[in-house]
Design a protein around this ligand. Sequence first.
Ligand code: GLU
Length: 302
Amino acid sequence: MQKPTASQFSAESGYIGRFAPSPTGPLHFGSLLAALASYLDARANQGKWLMRVEDLDPLREPVGSADHILQQLQDLGMDWDDEVLYQSSRLDAYEEVLHKLQEDGLCYTCDCTRPQIREMGLVYNGSCRERAAPPEVPYAQRLKTDALEIGFIDQIQGHFAQQLEGEVGDFVIRRKDELFAYQLAVVVDDAFQNITHVVRGWDLLDSTPRQIYLQRVLKYQKMHYAHIPIIVDAKGQKLSKQAFAPSIKTDRASQTIFKALTFLGQAPPAELATELPKSQLEWAIDSWEVQGIAKVGSLPLE
Ligand code: GLU
């Protein structure tokens, strides 16, 4: 596979945002909101909006899902800048970063099992930190954390902080099945694409301190964050492919976008409901108010 080249946009380009779906299925209403919010925030700030397909786990990714998502976005009138970056083409870059972390003594091998970690209260207690040689069974690589509090101001949710060692524990950057972990890949690629602003679902708010920590360790640039509410079904479960969330219908694009703008607290005027997606998006870019978005973790679909 051809190696992707660095983004044509640099830090001097100003705002650079992104949408980074995992292609586990078509877009549902919850993932559409993340796409739309990141798109509108970028465009309202005269920014670039990049696309990254987070296809690191082939077993969870039905063939054709990535193309389907990209088609859905196009049908809704959301055009991205630059070429799509596929994480499956970035394995060498992750390997290089892992190697550097190993050389710096910042990560270690761990073969602890899920039941063992459950017994620790789900916060990994660092029991493999002092292991002399890698285990003979499959093992993960964990990044050492420390006791410093990592806090940041989320543009929507406000101040959020975690003390990683005590609240999360040393975390996995390469899994036992040898796949690179989301936390590592997302940080390496946000830096590679020169992302300045991340707008995504609230379920990732508590991953952010881990990502900021990794950015500091790797001496990457800081980023701005905004976490929008996730959409939950009648049982309070996040819309997801696993919970059989229906795919959005792009043959009813105007209706879908109108509903999404309403969920994002943008109060679109009633007459916008029947406009074409492009005009709806133009209106939304002009009147975008990130502070209109509800400062809550989740919103019910109905
Ligand atoms: N790939 C992740 C997802 O689809 C999102 C990653 C991110 O926005 O940081 O849930």
